[in-house]
Each structure stands twice: as C-alpha cells, then as structure tokens.
Ligand binder design. Structure first.
Ligand SMILES: C[S@@+](CC[C@H](N)C(=O)[O-])C[C@H]1O[C@@H](n2cnc3c(N)ncnc32)[C@H](O)[C@@H]1O
Ligand code: SF4
Length: 353
C-alpha cells in the first residue's frame, strides 16, 4: 500500500489503512475477532478442561491489556468491526471492565460482546453488578453458558456448584439491558438431553435467544467421545416433537455459525451450532481468534496458530503487525478439520471459545 508523492514512495497514514480488509483465499472477509484474555477459569466444565488441578500459564506469557488492545487496533485497521471477549472465564481477570471499556473507543469497532459462564455477572463491583458495569463499559451482547437447569447436573458438568450464581448472573444481565443476551447449551448425550425443553421454556420466560451447540473435539478431555456426542439434528427433532416443526429463519444472522429457527406459535428464536454435522458450517466464517498467550488462530478446528506475541514484544511496527494478520488470514483453511479424526493439541480453555 505504498503511494507515490512527487516521485517519493511514502507509507499511507493509518486513516487510509481503514479501507483495507482482510479476505482469505476462499473469499471470507474477516470482520470478527474473538479475543481470549485468560486461560483461567472458576469452573471445570468436563468438555473444556480436565478436572484435576490446572497449571495456568504464567502471567508474563499472557498478553497484557495494552498489548491486546494494540492488536485489536491493528485488526480494526484491517476491517475487523466486531470483537468478542472470551477465555477461560474472562470475568475472572483483574480490571476486565477497564479493558473492555477501551475496546469500543477503537476506531472501526462497532460491536462488542463477551462470552461468560455467567457466574460473576451478578457480583457487586463498586455498587453495581458486573453485568451493569460491562453494559456501562460498552458491551452490547453477552453470551452465557447454561447447559442445564438442574443444579446437580450443572455441578457434575462444570465441577462447581455455581448454578444459583449463574441464574443470578442471568437476571443481572437482563437488568443491565444488553442489546442481546444469548444462552449457549452444549449438547451431551445421556447428560442434558432431557434439558432441551426446560431450557427452551427458561429462555422463553426471559425472552432470551437459546442456542444448542454440538460437542467439538477442541480440548484434551476424556468426555469428547462418540458416545457423548448428540447431533443438533436429533436435538431439533426432539424439540419439534414437543412444539411442532421449527420455522427456519434464513435472514437472522448474529455474525456467527448458528442456524436459527422460530418456535411455531410463539415469538421465540432457537439456534443450532452444528459444527460437526453441518457441512456448510464454515461457509460464512468471518472469524479470527487471538489466544491469551498471543497466538493468532485462523480456525478453531485446525492446528494452525501463529505467534504474534513474539514480533509484538520484539518491537514490530504497526505495519509489520498488520502484515502478520494479513499473512495469517491468507492461511485460513477452507473448513475446519474436526471431521478428519481431529486430535486437539490444546485445551479449549487455552484457545478461547
Ligand atoms: C471456552 S468457553 C469461554 C467463555 C466462558 N467461560 C463460557 O463458558 O462461556 C466458550 C464456549 O465454548 C463452549 N465449549 C467449551 N468446550 C466445548 C466443546 N468441547 N465443545 C463445544 N463447545 C465447547 C462453552 O460451552 C462455551 O459456551
Ligand atoms: S466452558 Fe467456560 S466455564 Fe466451562 S471450563 Fe471452559 S472456560 Fe470455564
């Protein structure tokens, strides 16, 4: 992007670079950056991390907030408009509110979301709930994980008895008035099959979007087996046997891979994230991930990851970092590798869901 001025080649000012967009080899325009800010978590979901004591990454191997914000700025220069903060559990990291407050101030970022297990949303932070503080800081959308309404099952799945806190967190999120709140439930055969209808009713009573997610081999835990896998098609059939045929909603998009449906006779939307069984899953992918330890991952279901922390800490210029992003996007695979007997080499918690 060098321009000629009076015979001299000069770098364009950053403002000019706003027009550059990242597009991969398959025509996916990358406009969404998922940013993990920690590998730590206050829960131990059995599909995400092993139950035994976790070795967390040392602090100096985690990007500082300043470093992360610089990379978000670089991504925004290159056409990223949407950021979702995740983890681990992002709300366990100190000063997270100050960090998220800085994101909407970045030129080009128009959408900010956070993914959380919900346990800390109701916690008091300086006279308001964490949820309200996040809303005040500019977070527009919150995804909250909730696999079951059964307290005992919740404790079995997450390794923690935090069900009441999550329900409180959901109430706090509703009270905070976010533009969008989604509940995410990971499907597990023999575990939460009987929770589909209760979860739908729970979401309906609160006017929340509920999404069912297929178990993905993204982590090194023993529950990611064929036997525990429940395809979204089966969950959909079970839901239809209760409510009648779901009505596809082609037009509704949340910048994500979910397929949405309306429940007949009511104004309720449910989504299905069929990463394993939906052969078109990757077609609309617009996403790039930044792990908390400074790796750019072009795809959740691929071993590819590129260490941007190294050049960042070695003093790379903004131009060099922009080029790094562009090169990573250029290596984005056409689709994930989950269906090819994919063996995860990292825990989900360290990648950022
Ligand atoms: C890794 S978590 C990070 C954010 C936050 N701690 C939470 O639980 O929402 C993001 C999402 O990934 C999902 N997840 C984790 N492991 C998964 C797996 N093996 N298959 C499918 N989804 C998974 C979680 O249920 C959650 O909705
Ligand atoms: S899914 Fe979220 S809450 Fe559960 S262990 Fe992973 S990071 Fe923690």
């Amino acid at each position: 992007m060098l321009r000629q001025f009076g015979g001299v080649l000069i770098e364009p000012p950053v403002a000019d670079i706003v027009a550059i967009e990242m597009e991969d080899r398959f025509g996916h325009r990358i406009s969404y950056l998922r940013v993990s800010i920690t590998d730590r978590c206050n829960e131990r979901c059995n599909y995400c991390m092993p139950r035994e004591l976790q070795e967390w990454l040392p602090r100096d191997e985690i990007l500082s907030y300043e470093e992360t914000l610089r990379l978000v700025r670089i991504a925004a220069d290159l056409g990223v408009t949407k950021v979702r903060v995740t983890g681990g559990e992002p709300l366990t990291r100190r000063d997270v509110i100050d960090f998220v407050r800085a994101i909407p101030k970045i030129s080009g970022i128009s959408s900010l979301g956070i993914s959380t297990n919900g346990t800390l949303l109701g916690r008091d932070v300086g006279g308001k709930t964490m949820a309200a503080a996040l809303g005040d800081a500019g977070v527009q959308s919150v995804n909250i994980s909730l696999d079951t309404l059964d307290r005992n099952l919740y404790a079995q799945i997450t390794g923690r008895d935090f069900h009441a806190q999550v329900l409180e967190g959901i109430d706090a999120a509703i009270a905070a008035g976010f533009d969008q709140i989604k509940l995410n439930a990971v499907l597990m055969r023999g575990r939460n099959e009987d929770q589909l209808i209760p979860l739908i009713e729970f979401a309906a009573e609160r006017n929340l979007i509920l999404r069912f997610i297929e178990l993905m081999p993204v982590s090194t835990t023993e529950v990611l087996t064929e036997q525990n896998f429940l395809p979204v098609a089966e969950a959909k059939r079970a839901i239809e046997s209760r409510y009648g045929a779901l009505i596809p909603e082609q037009s509704f998009r949340t910048n994500g891979p979910a397929t949405y449906y309306q429940i007949p006779g009511r104004n309720q939307r449910v989504g299905f994230i069929g990463a394993m069984t939906n052969l078109h899953f990757c077609e609309s992918c617009n996403k790039l991930r930044l792990t908390c330890d400074g790796k750019l991952r072009p795809c959740l279901g691929s071993y590819l990851e590129f260490d941007i922390m190294k050049p960042l800490r070695a003093g790379a210029s903004d131009d060099e970092l922009r080029q790094f992003f562009i090169d990573v996007v250029d290596r984005k695979p056409e689709q994930h590798d989950f269906r090819n007997n994919y063996q995860p080499d990292r825990k989900m918690i360290a990648i950022g869901g």
